[in-house]
Design a protein around this ligand. Structure first.
Ligand code: AHR
Length: 516
């Protein structure tokens, strides 16, 4: 047991029976008023042809000495299966708007080599194409989210890709898919028409995009049982114009609108802030900035409500996560960054927000799965390590498909530093598909433990059991020298003699427990 784990254990023992402060935060779960189901796809991932996110990080090719299945790394795929990845978005991102699907089918050695102009100008071998992507999602037991090329592609190209993937007919394209090794149609859960059309996807206005989308969508024909949900590429950050215009113009032709929001410590793209070695002012600014997701979702959802009060359309946050300055000595186009306890807290805060908006937010994709931005996994040649963000996903697995429950926090103080303030405790509760009640708690304060008194009207609480993720330093992270510097530890607490249960959450920690 290392020092960190010993510290966590001591805190857990405290949680099960010590004396608690009189100023506990009061948390009430209204178990009798279930809300919307938290779609499992809220826990989706994003894998783009960017840096070593796919090539090296996931794909090494069937001839590699690194153990693999059909070219995909066994170690990485195995770890991802443990967090029950429900959905993978591919091939981009900005990359998607320059991707031509025909370059990625047929014999790999005959595929063209392109330049990845968005990400580092490196060669794109097209070794990973449609069939390889579906091998990956099949191995993960995940659904596929394919992003179409509106930027340099055409309605015809997207229409033919859909036919290639989903047709059960004897058409030339369906037979080409069979010849390339897949007899039955692929199951495409979601298909997006372009990405970030306001920027790298073509610098369009929402009105212009709507018109082009209408034209393209008309030709995205798939047999009923294979028809993907079709996504319109929406706005980002503070701008609700895209949600407003798209929900009005496209409501009969789309299943949802995407939205992107990245968390930057400084809030400035030019100097974003470091992934490690930061001070408390950047701990809190990162958390304050990530919590803006709440108002972004509220505003976008309200804009959509005007045109879609029944909430038929989803708001799909298909890119989110932390974005720091790249690690020194790495290719700036590869967006490689370390991942610390701060990232784990960021992930948990976002999950709690997504759960609270489960009715509208029915799918999200963290950017990105391996080696890029806020990743689950970092690889170095044949080695792999799991990041604190990975562990947050693991701890939150019971929330996939669970039914959200209203949570009220009273006497929740602000944690303030460096001119910022954020609520000390963030919480979310849900009834899992196994019938158990799950509770997630975050203590944003890096300096102080917090006591949370639990209350479920009409129900006695005997105990809580689950796990905690914390550490002594704000930027604790795993490295190849020290791959287990941070990982979850067991956490439990029991009701006192008075029948009341107060949970002591360590400073800067994420806890997920089943409530008994
Ligand atoms: O995730 C990295 C990039 O960020 C994506 O390619 C793009 O859509 C966004 O700007």
């Amino acid at each position: 047991m290392n020092q960190i784990q010993r510290g966590v254990l001591a805190l857990c023992m405290l949680a099960s029976g010590g004396a608690f402060a009189a100023d506990a935060v009061s948390l009430t779960i209204d178990a009798a008023r279930p809300g919307a189901v938290i779609n499992k796809d809220v826990y989706g991932q994003f894998a783009e042809h960017l840096g070593t996110g796919i090539y090296e990080g996931l794909w090494v090719g069937p001839k590699s000495k690194i153990p693999n299945t059909k070219g995909w790394r066994n170690d990485v795929v195995g770890a991802l299966k443990n967090i029950h990845v429900p959905l993978v978005r591919w091939p981009g991102g900005c990359f998607a708007d320059e991707y031509h699907w025909r370059d990625g089918i047929g014999a790999r050695e005959k595929r063209p080599v392109n330049v990845n102009t968005n990400w580092g100008g490196v060669d794109e071998s097209n070794a990973v194409g449609t069939h390889e992507f579906f091998d990956l999602v099949e191995m993960l037991g995940a659904d596929a989210y394919v992003n179409g090329n509106l930027g340099t592609g055409s309605a015809q190209e997207m229409s033919e890709w859909i036919e290639y993937m989903t047709s059960d007919s004897k058409s030339t394209l369906a037979n080409m898919r069979r010849k390339n090794g897949h007899d039955k149609p692929f199951k495409v859960a979601y298909f997006a028409v372009g990405n970030e059309a306001w920027g790298c996807g073509g610098n369009m206005s929402p009105q212009y995009y709507s018109d082009v989308y209408k034209q393209v969508e008309t030709f995205l024909r798939a047999p009923k049982q294979y028809r993907p949900k079709i996504i319109a590429s929406g706005g980002n950050d503070n701008d609700v114009t895209w949600s407003e215009v798209l929900s009005k113009e496209l409501k009969k032709q789309t299943d949802g609108i995407s939205f992107h929001y990245y968390t930057i410590p400084t809030g400035k793209w030019e100097v974003k802030g470091a992934s490690t070695g930061f001070q408390e002012n950047e701990w809190i600014s990162t958390l304050a900035n990530t919590l803006r997701m709440e108002s972004h979702i509220q505003k976008n959802s309200a804009a959509m409500d005007k045109n879609d009060p029944e909430k038929k359309l989803g708001l799909f946050v298909d890119e989110w996560g932390t974005w720091y300055d790249v690690e020194k000595g790495t290719n700036p186009g590869f967006l490689f960054q370390q991942n610390t306890l701060r990232d784990a807290v960021v992930a948990a805060l976002n999950f709690n927000i997504f759960h609270a908006h489960a009715e509208r937010v029915r799918m999200t994709n963290i950017a990105q799965m391996v080696n890029v931005l806020q990743s689950m996994i970092i690889t170095d040649k044949d080695r792999m390590l799991l990041t604190p963000t990975y562990y947050t996903y693991q701890m939150y697995v019971p929330f996939q498909g669970a039914t959200s429950l209203p949570v009220t926090l009273k006497d929740n103080p602000d944690y303030s530093a460096g001119g910022f303030k954020v609520p000390e405790i963030s919480a979310s509760a849900a009834r899992g598909t196994d019938g158990k009640l799950y509770l997630a708690l975050v203590n944003t304060n890096p300096n102080k433990d917090a006591d949370v008194a639990l209350n479920i009207p009409g129900q006695a609480i005997k105990a809580v059991k689950g796990s905690v993720l914390t550490s002594s330093a704000m930027d604790t992270h795993n490295t190849f020298q020290s791959p287990n510097a941070i990982k979850p530890a067991p956490f439990s607490a029991a009701a006192g003699a008075d029948g009341k249960l107060t949970v002591r959450i360590p400073a800067k920690a994420v806890i997920v427990v089943a409530v008994e």
